[in-house]
Design a binder for this molecule. Structure first.
Ligand code: PLP
Length: 409
């Protein structure tokens, strides 16, 4: 076994990936080597402005000293213990999460799909214990909850589901935010309603104002649990710690991952006392809540707080949305800007999302295309107004290269 054998043989990353990596991703043709703040550097030395942030993960940007130091310090102290013992980082992180959200207790895991998997189990057990065996979870069309079998059953997109059917039963999908459909779909077999406060993967689709609070009320009236997947919307991204806080519509169960570790894999489930029905032996994870990942997440939560990044997401997010609307006014094929804080989707009026994302890369900007009609911007929460100006300038040039509308005019 020799390291860097592929590189030594002069093969490109694309060739090496073709031979050694499963073919599951459509990757951009670049290899990233290092990062700093909102910038990343490719192996051939190009500096790119990154407004994707590992898909809403790198909230502190790349290479943040507090996160780096926390990881290095914990790695030099205690890296893994299993959950047979207590560790200080896990306890501290649980306390910070609960303090940022609603009265609850926490279970730690390693990813978003895993958090949702656990939330589904929790809701099923609650249904068994408190609602006569009710087990059906009402989910939303457009929902994305992850790639494991339970999370996939809660996910709507047939493209992701079909090859793996039969999926676990007991999930129904109704139009996102449709209160009437929700009312009709809840029956004696229903244990929970599960949704994202803003649908991320299907194109940054927000709920109408007031809708989440109405869904919360309905769940109370009908005695079913509300599960919110805040995996993409959480950790300050929308201008509040958690997106539900815009409407004071606290869920019974909330799932968290992505930004929690700032780049270190970690996920969590928060459950209000009513839904907190796991007992010893019901659920577990070898790595979940390990001291290394928890120390990283503690550092992330503390930095988000001490650097005012929730407020920054709200303020700079508004500025970014305005700047994108100004691009539209200047003729870019933008139909509208959706989302909240630093979770924004640019709806396009033409099928050019992938072309624009590719052109943006040539202009030194990493932006994410969702299908052909949406560009997603989920930058690090440390992004400044100046960096937003630079990102919008580069995006304008990309639109110009693709759609020729005269961005610099
Ligand atoms: C809302 C939401 N839920 C769940 C997931 C799955 O998370 P993971 O990829 O960490 O399993 C994602 C990932 O994009 C997501 O956006």
């Amino acid at each position: 076994m020799s390291t860097h054998a592929g590189a030594a043989a002069g093969r490109t990353p694309v060739e090496r990936a073709k031979a050694a990596l499963m073919d599951t991703y459509q990757r951009q043709p670049i290899t990233l080597r290092s990062g700093h703040g909102v910038w990343v550097t490719t192996d051939d030395g190009r500096e790119l402005l990154d407004v994707v942030a590992g898909i809403a993960v790198n909230v502190l940007g790349h290479n943040h000293p507090a996160l780096r130091d926390a990881i290095a310090g914990q790695a030099a102290t205690l890296m893994h213990t299993s959950n047979l013992y207590y560790t200080e980082p896990q306890l501290e992180l649980a306390e910070l999460l609960v303090a940022s959200a609603f009265p609850s207790r926490v279970f730690f895991c390693n990813s978003g799909a895993e958090a949702n998997e656990g939330a589904i189990k929790l809701a099923r057990k609650w249904g068994k214990v408190h609602r006569d065996g009710a087990h059906v979870i009402v989910c939303a069309q457009g929902a994305f909850h992850g790639r494991t079998m339970g999370a996939l059953a809660a996910t709507a997109n047939p493209r992701y589901r079909k090859p793996f059917e039969p999926l676990p039963k007991g999930f129904v999908h109704i139009p996102y935010g449709d209160l009437e459909a929700l009312e009709q779909s809840i029956d004696s077999a229903t244990c929970a309603v599960m949704l994202e406060p803003i649908e991320g993967e299907s194109g940054v689709i927000p709920l109408e104002p007031g809708r989440l609070a109405a869904i919360r009320r309905l769940c109370d009236e009908r005695n079913v649990l509300l599960i919110l997947d805040e995996i993409q919307t959480g950790m300050g991204r929308t201008g509040r710690w958690w997106a539900y806080q815009h409407e004071d519509a606290a869920p019974d169960i909330m799932t968290v991952a992505k930004a929690l570790g700032g780049g270190v894999p970690i996920g969590a489930i928060l459950a209000a006392p009513r839904a907190d029905v796991f007992e010893p032996g019901d659920h577990g994870s070898t790595f979940g809540g390990g001291p290394l990942a928890c120390a990283a997440a503690v550092a992330v939560m503390q930095a988000v707080e001490s650097e005012g990044l929730v407020e920054n997401a709200a303020e700079v997010g508004d500025y970014l949305a305005e700047s994108l609307s100004a691009l539209a006014d200047r003729g870019a094929p933008i139909a509208g800007v959706r989302g909240r804080g630093l979770m924004l989707g640019i709806g396009l009026s033409r099928d050019v999302a992938r072309d624009v994302a590719a052109a943006a890369l040539d202009e030194g900007l990493i932006v994410n295309a969702i299908g052909e009609r949406t560009l997603r911007l989920v930058p690090p929460l440390v992004i400044t107004r100046d960096e937003v100006d630079e990102a919008v300038l580069r995006l304008g040039r990309a639109f110009d290269a693709v759609a020729g509308y005269g961005a610099d005019a």
